[in-house]
Structure formats: structure tokens, C-alpha cells
Design a protein around this ligand. Sequence first.
Ligand SMILES: Nc1nc2c(ncn2[C@@H]2O[C@H](COP(=O)(O)OP(=O)(O)OP(=O)(O)O)[C@@H](O)[C@H]2O)c(=O)[nH]1
Ligand SMILES: *[C@@H]1O[C@H](CO)[C@@H](O)[C@H](O)[C@H]1NC(C)=O
Ligand SMILES: *[C@@H]1O[C@H](CO)[C@@H](O)[C@H](O)[C@H]1NC(C)=O
Ligand SMILES: *[C@@H]1O[C@H](CO)[C@@H](O)[C@H](O)[C@H]1NC(C)=O
Ligand SMILES: *[C@@H]1O[C@H](CO)[C@@H](O)[C@H](O)[C@H]1NC(C)=O
Ligand SMILES: [Mg+2]
Length: 386
Amino acid sequence: MMETSEIGYSPNEDQGVQAFIRTLNSLRNDFLQKIKQYTECLREKIFLISISSISLLIVLFFYTFAIYLQPIIFVDFNKHVMSKTMLKPSIVSSIQEPYIYSKNQYFNRTRKPSENVIAFLVASFAGDIRRAYNPYPKLGEKLFQLDERLGDNKITDIIIFHTGYPFRADITSIVHTTARNVLFVNVDHIFYKFSPGFDPHIRDPTWTQKGKWHYHHMCYFWFKQVFELKIIQRYRYMMRLDDDSGIEGKWPNVFEIIAKRQAVYMANRREVDFNYVVPGVTLVRNLTVAFMKKYKIKPRNPDMMADVFNHTIEIPNYWNNVEVIDLSLIRQIEVIDFMRWVDESRGIFLYRWGDAPLRYITLALFVNATQILHLNKLGLGYCHPC
Ligand SMILES: Nc1nc2c(ncn2[C@@H]2O[C@H](COP(=O)(O)OP(=O)(O)OP(=O)(O)O)[C@@H](O)[C@H]2O)c(=O)[nH]1
Ligand SMILES: *[C@@H]1O[C@H](CO)[C@@H](O)[C@H](O)[C@H]1NC(C)=O
Ligand SMILES: *[C@@H]1O[C@H](CO)[C@@H](O)[C@H](O)[C@H]1NC(C)=O
Ligand SMILES: *[C@@H]1O[C@H](CO)[C@@H](O)[C@H](O)[C@H]1NC(C)=O
Ligand SMILES: *[C@@H]1O[C@H](CO)[C@@H](O)[C@H](O)[C@H]1NC(C)=O
Ligand SMILES: [Mg+2]
């Protein structure tokens, strides 16, 4: 102030300058105030950002840790919260399978579907799986054999469930091999699915055949998925036959036999899966125990159930490369429930639980001894591999 007056400004000028300086000062004060507020705000933000980063790092750490620990991940077989009343049997796909090639359609026939069905599963020739091969020539021989050996008057439909795309030449040669109706049903839309929550990307299987997860997909398909397909709903009994197995000698009409005897299942011979070959196969007992406890189920077949539990290192199965099953069995709500428990436990993919031991346990739970017929007791021949 003194300086400015000493320089000799006029009072008017002096007042103007003072006002100007006051304004400047107040602006400066405002500015400093703002800066202070801003830095405080920034400090708060930095604090929040650091907190978030640290939490993120902690989460990441545990996540990575969990990934590394996955081979010994604990499956809580008891943690199922579904109640019986919540169940809906509508697990069946509401849409028709997208790609179906029907021989009847091809020949412009309007024949009704048969009562029963013979089902195969094959891979179509593709370059992207290990040991890719064309299964159709051999399958043609199988169908020819069936016409000769199975006493059903060649009326039972054949469904060839397949992945990939058969060549037209494969289809036409098969269509002309057998008198039966044949349906080629592409199952790509379900075959490569995994159990919910399973991560096939970072995990390694305990077992590999063909591609990394192909064998597991096959087990999943025959244990559960096949019964959810819309096309299967119209049939009463399903006979499964693998393309590396065959029926030998003359077979009677097994569908008639199973119906007359009011049976539910026609079983091949008993085999076992050892826990040292299929690590984790015995854990299927934990799931079975939890399931029986939850729904207070007493096994319909105590001998078979004892067979499941009595042998420390092995789980029994019927070698279901060939089997005949009453499809009304797997339409029962409790059975659907069991299949879902197995699915949700992810045991098929974690431990390669096979469809054969799983079928055996399903039978032990829901089917009594008189409802199971045995191929060997009926004197019916079977070969594998053939
Ligand atoms: N589409 C498709 N079908 C498969 C695949 N793996 C197996 N299958 C079919 O599923 C059936 C059973 O498979 P197999 O490889 O014979 O398995 P398995 O019967 O348990 O094994 P073996 O006892 O050695 O015969 C066969 O008819 C195969 O054609 C696959 O990756 N894709
Ligand atoms: C089936 O019918 C279609 C349309 O009428 C015809 O073009 C086709 O040739 C018929 N197929 C056979 C095998 O007769
Ligand atoms: C499975 O059951 C056995 C025997 O009761 C028990 O020792 C084991 O800890 C269980 N394992 C799991 C993963 O639940
Ligand atoms: C198997 O278990 C049942 C009961 O669970 C028992 O009665 C039977 O003696 C056992 N058999 C063998 C061979 O251990
Ligand atoms: C098996 O179950 C069927 C159908 O529920 C029944 O008729 C039959 O008597 C049962 N047999 C035995 C041995 O329990
Ligand atoms: Mg086989």
C-alpha cells in the first residue's frame, strides 16, 4: 500500500488499484480455498482407490489360489437346496433337435414312428479330434446284422445320434442297408456342453480318450442328455448299442420280453471301475448317501446298493455298451432329480464318473431285482469289440 502511494498515484487511481488488489486477493483466497478443497477431495479419492486396489489384489490372490487348488476341489455333496416340490419334470427340450435326417421323409413315407428305438452314438468324420475316423461303414454292417439277428420284424426305428456332419454318401449307404426307418440326429447343440459351473478351459481331465473331454461328453450324453432330447420322448423302450459292440446269435424281440415281464431294464454283465484307474469314482458314494438322506429314499434294490458300498476300491456297473431301458423310468421325478444331482456335483467331468456306474446306482435306487433282466440269464450273446 505504502509503495503504491509513494509512487504517486492520484487518490482516485489509488482507490481503483486498491479495489483491484482487493479483488485479486479475494480471488486468490478463493483459489487457495478451492485448491485446498480439491486436494482434500483428491486425498479422499486416492484413499478410496487404494482401498479398492488392495481389495482387488486380495480377491485376485484368492482366485488364483483357488485355480491352483482345483484338482483337489471339494465337492459339497450335501449342499443341495432343491426341494421336492420345486421340481418340474419339464427338463425335456421344448425344441426339436435342429438337424434331423429321416429315411421315411427321404422316401416320402408317412409311416408312424415305432414304439421303441435302437440308439447309436457316433462321431462324424472330422479333422479336429484325435484318432478321427469314419464310423459309418462299420455302422452299416451293424445295422445289417441287427436286421438279421434281432427278432423284431425289422420294425424298430434306428436313431443315429451323431456329432458333426455325415457325408451324403454315408447317409444313403446306411439308409439302403436296413429295412428299418433310420433317423440321423445331430446332437452338436448339447454334446459339447459341460455340467453347470465346470470350467473345462483351465482344468485337465483325469482321463482322456479321443479329444480332451470327449469321453466325458459321451458319458454325460448317455447318462442324462439323451433322455432330454425331444425326439426320444415318443418311444417306450430304448435299446442302446455301441458301434464297437454287437449282438450275437439270434435274439428274440427283447422289447416284447421286457414288456411282458414288466421289467424296466435289460442288463449286460457286471463289471467294475477301480478307483486307482478312475480316481474319484468312489466319491459317487458320497453323493448317493447325501441324495438318499435328503429325500429319505430307501434303495429299491438293497443288494445292488450293498454292491456299490461294500467294495472299498471299486464301483460296480453293468457294461452298458448294450442295454435296454424303459424310458418311463427316467421320466420319474426322483430319477430326474438324481440325474440333476449328479450333473450339479460335476462328478462326470471332475472324476470321469461313467454312465455305466451311474446307471447301476440309478437302478439300485429305483428299480427292484425282479424289474431287471439279465442278458446272460436270457442266453443272449454279445460281443465287444466286434
Ligand atoms: N459323437 C461322439 N461319439 C462318441 C464319442 N466318444 C464315444 N462316442 C460313441 O459312444 C459310444 C461309446 O464310446 P466308446 O469309445 O466305445 O466307449 P466305451 O464303450 O466306454 O469304451 P470301451 O469299453 O473301450 O468300448 C460309441 O458308440 C462311440 O461311437 C465322441 O467323442 N463323439
Ligand atoms: C419325394 O417327394 C419330392 C416332392 O414331391 C420329390 O421331389 C422327390 O423326388 C421324392 N423322393 C423320392 C425318393 O421319391
Ligand atoms: C466321502 O465319504 C467318505 C466316507 O464317508 C469320507 O471319508 C470323505 O471325506 C468324503 N469325501 C468328500 C469329498 O465328501
Ligand atoms: C455288504 O453289505 C451288506 C449290508 O450293507 C452286508 O449285509 C453284507 O454282509 C456285505 N457283504 C459283504 C461281502 O461284505
Ligand atoms: C418290484 O416292483 C414292482 C413294481 O413296483 C412290484 O410289482 C414287485 O412286486 C416288486 N418286486 C419285489 C421283489 O419287490
Ligand atoms: Mg464301447
